[in-house]
Design a binder for this molecule. Structure first.
Ligand code: ZN
Length: 320
């Protein structure tokens, strides 16, 4: 299994892993995107979730578009409009170029993305977890909107990190992004690590920072070619191997190793549903392919299962 963030086509991945699967696709909502999911789709997905012993949801940028965060490859995606223009810098380049860092901090300081709030899809995921029909969320998103919508942090795996945290490239210390942005707003154009615990090499510490680390600070996200957090990746692999249901929510499934979780789940016998506004390379492995709004679908499923829970228990389970 790859441990670095790369973009591959599925044939390359299959060749690398000696894997092939030609199971037929049962597309309940084929064709053009629909605003609302078909009732049959909601019933099928609800039934699968309610009987699953381990249900996992893999979310991607498509889940956050309703929150005003552009995806990458959708009709209005960042890379659709400006191919390759927005690829993130490698940490090696970032660490060596103070001008690039200063420009990056100014972009972060003024980014409209900080104002994004969870949408109905994120809240539906949180409701499904509280109903105990969805057991793990694995996300490629770095926006922390799952947490803000009530997803359990101990059952949430952020494969690509978080833009709301900062990581020191020298000592690895993590700091909330708002704290560092406040320093930038106050005039610190290229903020450095102030962790005393991260102080390792006297020769590397700037004289003016005393016993502080002084390392370069970067957004705590995984850039292309960089290794994913080993614990996050191992946990994701472990839960997907034992999943009997995997729902893909708004991912184009072209970025690995996240996309590789889909064939891995299928290989281990999981029932796979893929909801994305565009075809994905792994639609052929899915038992259900849905093109309608992923947020609308998850909301409808959460509504259906909450109603079922009330009917069967005589008391509202989803009472948050
Ligand atoms: Zn540091």
């Amino acid at each position: 299994m790859l441990d670095r963030l790369v973009e591959l086509d599925e044939r390359t991945w299959d060749d690398m892993n000696g894997y092939s699967n030609s199971s037929p696709v049962c597309a309940a909502d084929p064709g053009a995107p629909l605003d609302e999911p078909h009732a049959t789709t909601v019933q099928v997905l609800s039934a699968r979730l309610s009987s699953a012993g381990c249900a996992v949801l893999l979310s991607g940028a498509g889940l956050s578009t309703e929150s005003g965060i552009p995806d990458y490859r959708g009709p209005n995606g960042t890379w659709t409009r400006q191919p390759r223009a927005q690829w993130p810098l490698s940490n090696a380049v970032y660490e060596q170029e103070p001008e690039l860092r200063r420009a990056s901090w100014q972009r972060r300081l003024h980014s409209p993305l900080w104002a994004a709030v969870p949408n109905r899809g994120h809240f539906a995921v949180g409701r499904l977890q509280r109903l105990d029909v969805l057991h793990w969320v694995v996300t490629q998103n770095v926006d922390e909107l799952h947490q803000r919508a009530g997803s359990r942090p101990d059952r949430l795996i952020e494969l690509h990190g978080s833009m709301r945290r900062v990581r020191c490239l020298s000592c690895g210390a993590r700091t909330p992004m708002p704290e560092v942005l406040a320093r930038v707003a106050a005039g610190d154009a290229d903020p450095r690590c102030t962790s005393a615990a991260g102080y390792h090499e006297p020769a590397a510490a700037p004289a003016c920072s005393g016993q502080l680390c002084g390392g370069v600070l970067q957004s705590d996200t995984v850039g292309f070619g960089e290794a994913l957090d080993a614990h996050a990746l191992e946990t994701a692999l472990s839960v997907v191997r034992r999943a009997d249901v995997l729902i893909v929510a708004g991912s184009s499934l072209t970025v690995h190793p996240a996309a590789s979780l889909v064939p891995l789940a299928a290989q281990h016998g999981a029932w796979v549903a893929i909801c994305n506004n565009q075809p994905t390379p792994y639609d052929r492995l899915a038992s259900l392919v849905v093109r309608s709004s992923v947020s609308a679908l998850l909301t409808a499923v959460a509504d259906a299962l909450a109603t079922t829970a009330i009917d069967s228990a005589g008391w509202p389970v989803d009472c948050a």
